[in-house]
Design a protein around this ligand. Structure first.
Ligand code: 0WD
Length: 256
């Protein structure tokens, strides 16, 4: 399709082939988008270059960006502005919490661990929106990735569930701020998908098994399904939608 022909979109958070951001990359590429990538680590950069080559996708630009640093975010978007110019969208697909706090009792969460999860997983969307909106001169779309642990107590998700609640509320406040600039902000809430980050949360198999058992579609979702839902938010097909959370979870969230 040519839904995103001529659109410059920044994708943050491809760590490897299993990353949700990689599923999104394929959907956006197939829709004709020009893609710009940001990575935190050298390791992810090398993996991304190989993945792009293997899949015959060319990147407009790849820049380093550690969302823990305002300076890093500013420099990344400055470089994007100088080398690409206007952008039309941003995919925010980054999160982090300490592994030892993704198990056991939430009440044991440390102050530092709480703040770290909030900083990398929720504040980063605020900081990125602040930097991106200045180069989204033609309006556009920002999409983040969230999870049901924000709405319900899901075993082991703990501090990340609280960070996702904060991310979702931030997404709504940001949608109000940048709506007047013609920019929409939405979230996709995916079911469990086996990725590098998912490995950090205890009991993945249990969670995925439950989806197969009780979700209306009786199967787990994959990165490509999240990619296509994110494509909807990136494209004009969703032009009337902002501040919304779209569950891509085989319907699991509706089951009591
Ligand atoms: O089941 C799942 N996997 C679900 C994930 C279900 C629902 C939502 N999500 C969310 C995650 O919470 C996250 O927000 O999707 C998003 C992407 O997660 P993923 O695809 O499961 O995980 P992964 O492949 O590990 O990617 C996470 C990225 C990595 O990218 P880079 O390019 O940096 O290697 O987040 C990155 C992480 O390194 N990341 C950071 N990026 C920039 N600055 C930072 C940071 N400080 N910390 C982590």
């Amino acid at each position: 399709s040519d839904l995103l022909q001529g659109k410059n979109i920044v994708v943050m958070g491809v760590a490897n082939e299993r990353s949700i951001a990689w599923g999104i990359t394929k959907s956006l590429h197939n829709a004709g988008a020009n893609l710009i990538f940001t990575n935190r680590q050298e390791r992810s950069y090398n993996k991304l270059v190989k993945l792009l080559e293997k899949n015959d996708i060319s990147a407009e630009l790849i820049v380093t960006c550690d969302v823990a640093s305002d300076q890093s975010i500013q420099e990344a978007f400055e470089e994007i502005k100088n080398k690409v110019g206007i952008i039309h969208g941003v995919i925010h697909s980054v999160a982090f919490a300490n592994r030892e706090e993704l198990q056991g009792d939430y009440a044991e969460t440390s102050r530092e661990g709480f703040l770290l999860a909030q900083e990398i997983s929720a504040y980063s969307l605020v900081a990125v929106t602040k930097a991106a909106k200045d180069i989204m001169a033609e309006g556009g779309s920002i999409v983040t990735q969230t999870y049901l642990g924000s709405e319900r107590v899901i075993k082991n998700y703990n501090v990340m569930g609280v960070a996702k609640a904060s991310l979702e509320a931030s997404m709504r406040y940001l949608a109000e701020d940048v709506g007047k600039l013609g920019i929409r902000v939405n979230a996709v809430s995916a079911g469990p998908i086996r990725t590098l980050s998912a490995k950090g949360v205890s009991g993945f198999n249990e969670k995925a098994g439950k989806i197969e058992e009780v979700a209306p579609l009786r199967r787990n979702v994959d990165q490509d399904q999240v990619g296509d839902a994110t494509l909807f938010f990136m494209s004009d097909l969703s032009r009337g939608v902002t501040g919304e959370i779209l569950h891509v979870d085989s319907g699991f969230n509706i089951i009591g």
